[in-house]
Design a protein around this ligand. Structure first.
Ligand SMILES: Nc1ncnc2c1ncn2[C@@H]1O[C@H](COP(=O)(O)OP(=O)(O)OP(=O)(O)O)[C@@H](O)[C@H]1O
Ligand SMILES: [Mg+2]
Length: 233
């Protein structure tokens, strides 16, 4: 059943977790039985913990984040150095379980869509296996058109369905003419909807910002109804 979303980004650090938290938090606030997943993490498991807090679920981190590498590297590289293959079966087993427990699952990828997770597998392969519509998070300012176009083209080449794009202001940059003109140009070029434009907020940029502060702020700027309607669960 198509009861979830796979969040990818145009880059690492672009705001995937912040947006995933906003979506999970908003759905939980609407009493949706929402679950979360960060299939692969490297360097830290803090994304999985933030997602867990946003959805207020009891599942252990090992289930929400089945594959973890200690080194903050692309999984294929971390796995090589740590001499340990990522156990993709563990991801699929956890996914099957979580998708049965919840009416809607918010899944955060790792890095961008072409990041290698194994010698011969990319994040796009993982997204294809999970087979939820993907949401692309990009930066709101100059440079994003190119990154969005590359990500959209790449996703389509894997046969992935894209439900939309969120433009996030991950840094305290000036809200200049590029920020104002990017949404319409991206919609024109891709034919995909912009489902949110999230401004910079220094209260959510700090480590350890309370989950309700992040969730309340981010969810205000995202079109949640286009991501989840009661019929989608
Ligand atoms: N709108 C925003 N306002 C303020 N800070 C933000 C905003 N969006 C993101 N940040 C900050 O930028 C950093 C990166 O965001 P985030 O962790 O969500 O990115 P990511 O794409 O999930 O990164 P990763 O690739 O490591 O998973 C975080 O410190 C976050 O708090
Ligand atoms: Mg993240």
């Amino acid at each position: 059943m198509r009861n979830g979303i796979f969040i990818t980004g145009t880059d690492t650090d672009v705001g995937k977790t912040i947006i995933a938290v906003g979506i999970a938090y908003a759905l939980k606030t609407k009493n949706v039985n929402v679950g979360v997943m960060k299939p692969i993490a490297s360097g830290s498991r803090s994304d999985a913990q933030l997602l867990k807090n946003a959805a207020r679920v009891d599942e252990p981190i090992d289930l929400i984040n089945p594959v973890y590498f200690g080194l903050p590297l692309a999984p294929s590289v971390a796995s090589n150095i740590e001499s340990r293959e990522p156990d993709l079966q563990k991801i699929h087993t956890a996914f099957e379980y979580l998708s049965q427990q919840h009416d809607f699952l918010v899944v955060e990828g790792i890095g961008g869509i072409a990041v290698p997770i194994q010698k011969d597998k990319l994040v796009a392969d993982l997204a294809k296996r999970i087979d939820y519509p993907i949401l692309i998070v990009g930066r709101s300012y100059l440079g994003t058109i190119n990154h969005i176009m590359l990500t959209v083209t790449f996703a389509k080449s894997f046969g992935l369905e894209i439900c939309g794009i969120v433009l996030n202001t991950d840094q305290n940059v000036q809200r200049d003419i590029s920020v104002l003109t990017n949404p319409a140009e991206i919609e024109r070029l891709t034919g995909l909807p912009i489902l949110g434009e999230v401004p910079f907020n220094q209260n959510i940029s700090v480590k350890g910002a309370p989950i309700n502060v992040i969730g309340d702020f981010v969810s205000r700027y995202i079109d949640i109804a286009k991501i989840h309607s009661p019929q989608t669960s």
